[in-house]
Design a binder for this molecule. Structure first.
Ligand SMILES: [Zn+2]
Length: 313
């Protein structure tokens, strides 16, 4: 009797130990260890346009995920400083990229061994094994802010035909996603910005291009589904700046407020983010998803309110 009782107690204790281990593991990392993050950027997509914009896929993502229309650009509200901040988790005073088509105008406060301010791609490359990182973009100016040494596949795809400006980037990115199962893949379209400058940031052409971009989202999501990792993915759809008249770069909210939409694994559904959010918080949010340590020079903070479960350290 005594021996039996001891055996039962022993087995019971072992079961408790195993279940506690599993519990604490689950609590520590609420994301799958092979999580994928897909970032889709629409250059010049300002929040002001959303009431008029016909973007059913974006609106579906908002209903199935989290969003804010009040994320702010860094100043000046131009492309390079803002895409740089999205990758670099810091503001232009820190990373130094203040103008388009230039190297860091102010010396970066910190420079990594890749000779560039630390990017989220670089943190991922250094801190995780066997990661595949891809980038597809249509604007040449991104060449200055991209840390190519940390990226497996960086593809600049200039727009050759104005009629179907989205085909080449979609085809290349989708092929890559299906073949390489990237951990991190960023796709940045040069629209609606081009129509903003040519026809106006409130023009019919601007809104027409948003309809096309919205369809591109479905194409990318389909590629992820085909590749078989849709349920282990988080999608981020966002922008660098908005616009006013036929320009941007200034301090109006039409130029500075841009959407941030996130949906997928471990993301709350139908939740509007009320926290303040800046462009450089995107980098911090991606780093948080992957569980990366970030450099002291980063000032971005992860938007933790979007996650169903958060990391317990
Ligand atoms: Zn831009």
């Amino acid at each position: 009797m005594k021996r039996n009782a001891l055996s039962v107690l022993f087995i019971g204790l072992m079961c408790l130990l195993f279940s506690l281990q599993g519990y604490s593991k689950g609590k520590k990392n609420p994301f799958p260890s092979d999580i994928h993050v897909i970032i889709i950027g629409f250059d010049g997509w300002g929040s002001y346009c959303m009431p008029k914009a016909e973007m059913p896929v974006v609106k579906r993502m908002m209903a199935q995920g989290c969003w804010t229309l009040k994320k702010r650009s860094v100043l000046p509200s131009k492309s390079a400083p803002n895409w740089a901040s999205m990758f670099m988790g810091a503001s232009p005073e820190i990373h130094g990229y203040t103008q388009n088509n230039k190297n860091a105008e102010i010396p970066s406060m910190v420079v990594s061994e890749n000779n560039v301010f630390p990017t989220v791609s670089q943190l991922l490359r250094k801190q995780k094994e066997n990661v595949e990182i891809g980038l597809f973009y249509q604007w040449k100016g991104l060449n200055y802010v991209v840390d190519t040494l940390s990226i497996n596949h960086a593809s600049y795809l200039p727009i050759r035909r104005r009629k179907d400006w989205y085909t080449e980037i979609n085809d290349s990115a989708c092929k890559y996603i299906r073949e390489k199962n990237p951990s991190l893949c960023t796709i940045i379209y040069n629209y609606p910005d081009r129509y903003g400058h040519a026809n106006g940031f409130d023009s019919n052409e601007y809104y027409e291009s948003l309809k096309v971009l919205d369809k591109c989202l479905d194409v990318i999501i389909q590629a992820v589904d085909d590749a078989g990792f849709l349920d282990k993915s988080i999608f981020i759809v966002t922008s660098d700046h908005g616009g006013i008249g036929k320009t941007h770069g200034g301090k109006t909210l039409k130029e500075m407020e841009t959407p941030f939409v996130i949906f997928g694994n471990n993301i709350k559904k139908g939740f509007e983010i009320s926290d303040s959010m800046m462009q450089y918080d995107i980098a911090a949010t991606i780093a948080y998803i992957f569980g990366l340590d970030v450099p002291q020079a980063w000032i971005g903070r992860p938007v933790k309110t979007v996650f169903e479960k958060i990391r317990k350290k």
